[in-house]
Design a protein around this ligand. Structure first.
Ligand code: AMP
Length: 318
């Protein structure tokens, strides 16, 4: 099977309406190209669940708050197409910026709350650009399912919120982060690291892992968790942009760790920005979250939840 290459919106609409009419489940994997095994995992998930998979490759200018970052973004379209073909994607949609934004854009998607802290605080306009281009891609491709990486957990939360709030008929699927053997999350930006910077980069993973371990052991004060984790990142080559323990649904820092949380961080190594995150829970935290949502849950039902979540009673706070 040859992967079909589509550059224009009209081409995509025409080819995909025939696919949709045939009753085939259409999946979309939105990317900015420079594809690696992290993107590969998304494509594999889509190919496993959908009869026809479109990978979009578009470096979206309106989500870059830093024009240098946009100009330096790696572009490797030919190898990307081969990569998609090898994984069984049916089509690549690779429009130009002029094709996606033929007129000055006046309409934008603003997802408030969930987009405001963490990366949103340091990249003004970023999530507005992401939500806008993803909604445009959804309108062009009209997929039933769309695949996003948990590596960009806040982006995934923003898209899930947009789809919910605007009744967009797309099932958003989150895919776990793919890492190098030393823990570094795969990213197109890793290519920009020098050998020495690449050697240092896994400190981000180690710091997140340390934080997750402390939380799993029962530390409930975010400040204490952060203190220890930040020590791991204390090196002259690293600048920490943020290191937060956040509510995974709202993406807001928590005052106390009472249930499942996301430990998320962004660091700079030289001129390269790296982000990563870990989802984790305090002991008994998931059960506590269920109890809080259902305060009158009978003890009998709480026990069932315990069994489902795999906690034994000894691990539970009183
Ligand atoms: P990007 O090309 O960086 O915009 O990423 C496109 C999609 O691939 C996004 O949904 C990312 O979250 C996802 N992605 C990027 N890196 C990884 C990774 N290491 N593991 C899993 N998904 C990833």
């Amino acid at each position: 099977m040859n992967t079909q290459l589509m550059h224009s919106v009209a081409e995509a609409r025409q080819a995909l309406s025939a696919v949709r009419r045939s009753g085939t489940i259409l999946g979309l994997v939105p990317t900015m190209g420079a594809l690696h095994a992290g993107h590969g995992r998304l494509i594999e998930a889509a190919v496993g669940e959908c009869g026809y998979v479109v990978v979009s490759i578009f470096v979206n200018p309106i989500q870059f708050n830093d024009q240098r970052d946009y100009a330096l973004y790696p572009q490797t379209l030919l190898t990307d197409i081969e990569f998609c073909q090898a994984l069984g994607a049916h089509a690549v949609f690779a429009p130009s910026a002029a094709e996606m934004y033929p007129h000055p854009q006046s309409s934008f998607v603003e997802v408030t709350g969930v987009s405001e802290r963490l990366c949103g605080e340091f990249r003004p306009g970023h999530f507005r650009g992401v939500a806008t281009v993803v909604l445009k891609l959804f309108s062009i491709v009209q997929p039933e399912r769309a695949y996003f990486g948990e590596k960009d957990a806040q982006q995934l939360a923003v898209i899930q919120r947009m789809v919910r709030d605007l009744n967009v008929p797309v099932q958003v699927v989150g895919v776990p982060t793919v890492r190098e053997p030393d823990g570094l999350a795969l990213s197109s930006r890793n290519q920009r690291l020098s050998q020495e910077q690449r050697r240092i980069a896994p400190a981000l993973y180690r710091a997140l892992e340390l934080a997750a371990k402390r939380i799993a052991m029962g530390e409930r004060r975010p400040e204490m968790v952060k203190l220890e984790a930040l020590a791991e990142l204390e090196r002259p080559e690293i600048r920490v942009e943020y290191f937060e323990i956040a509510d995974p649904a709202e993406m807001q820092p928590v005052a106390r760790i009472e249930g499942p949380v996301l430990v998320a961080a962004a660091i700079w190594i030289g001129s390269t920005r790296l982000i990563d995150n870990f989802a984790c829970s305090p002991p008994g935290g998931e059960l506590r979250a269920i109890r809080e949502r259902c305060p009158r849950l009978p003890v009998q039902d709480a026990r069932t939840a315990e069994e489902i979540l795999g906690y034994d009673e000894s691990g539970l706070p009183g």
